[in-house]
Design a protein around this ligand. Structure first.
Ligand SMILES: O=C(O)COP(=O)(O)O
Ligand SMILES: [Mg+2]
Length: 225
């Protein structure tokens, strides 16, 4: 028995190391958990990446991608795209030469713009505010993301919670970075892994000692009570 009715889990920096290789220690525990409750990947990465990861890891095939900008409900189900992708791309085009920005997965993204982490987030945030105050930058630890301020993993989780008919207060969420803040704030139990950012640890209900997959294993043990 688990203390929650569903789990939302971040991918990079949580299930996977910083170089994107999955930490194998958490795979069997996740496969065992998904036999009890839905386990939903919520990532800043693209939707095709999220879906492939979900299938290979063996968790739920409803996924949240692009920091909540894309929700895919089952492998062959509907895809919900939110956020002002056009404005994000416009801001990138304006700033790319000036700030030497390098876009990642440009052709695969439908909502936000992901960037290599080679620029100062403060500087980029300041310039972005001048161009379009409705946009913001968030750091996933893997990439910087230019995104619509209204979009985040927490908002997307509200949509998923309606679809799967599980209250947000009955969800647990596990993550490592600033792009997980809203998700951890929205749910009943927010858990930060040991390698999490200070800002995420500050909003978490529980901070586990283990890093990456070991942290996920510890979080699952806590959820089992
Ligand atoms: O920035 C990304 O693409 C991935 O980030 P996340 O899986 O840790 O949310
Ligand atoms: Mg992460």
């Amino acid at each position: 028995m688990t203390r929650c009715r569903a789990v939302a889990i971040d991918l990079d920096g949580t299930i996977a190391f910083k170089d994107s290789r999955v930490d194998p220690v958490c795979i069997e525990p996740l496969r065992s958990l998904v036999r009890e409750v839905p386990v939903i990947i919520a990532t800043g990465n693209t939707v095709c990446y999220a879906m492939t990861a979900a299938i290979l890891i063996g968790v739920d095939r409803t996924v949240i991608a692009e920091n909540g900008g894309v929700i895919k409900v089952g492998r062959d189900g509907v895809e919900i795209v939110n956020g002002n992708g056009e404005e994000c791309r416009r801001a990138y085009e304006i700033l790319k030469d000036e700030m030497k920005l390098e876009a990642l997965d440009w052709d695969l993204r439908k909502s936000d713009v992901a960037l290599r982490r080679n620029v100062s987030i403060d500087q980029l945030s300041r310039r972005l505010a001048e161009i379009n105050p409705l946009l913001e930058v968030v750091d996933s630890g893997l990439a910087l993301h230019i995104k619509d301020r209204r979009i985040n993993k927490g908002e997307a989780l509200k949509v998923v919670s309606d679809i799967i008919e599980v209250d947000l207060t009955d969800f647990a969420a596990i993550g490592d970075s600033d792009n997980d803040i809203e998700m951890l704030e929205e749910v009943g139990i927010g858990i930060a892994v040991g390698n999490a950012s200070d800002r995420l640890k500050a909003v978490a209900d529980v901070v586990v000692e283990g890093e990456y997959g070991k942290g996920v294993v510890e979080a699952i043990e806590i959820l089992r009570g």
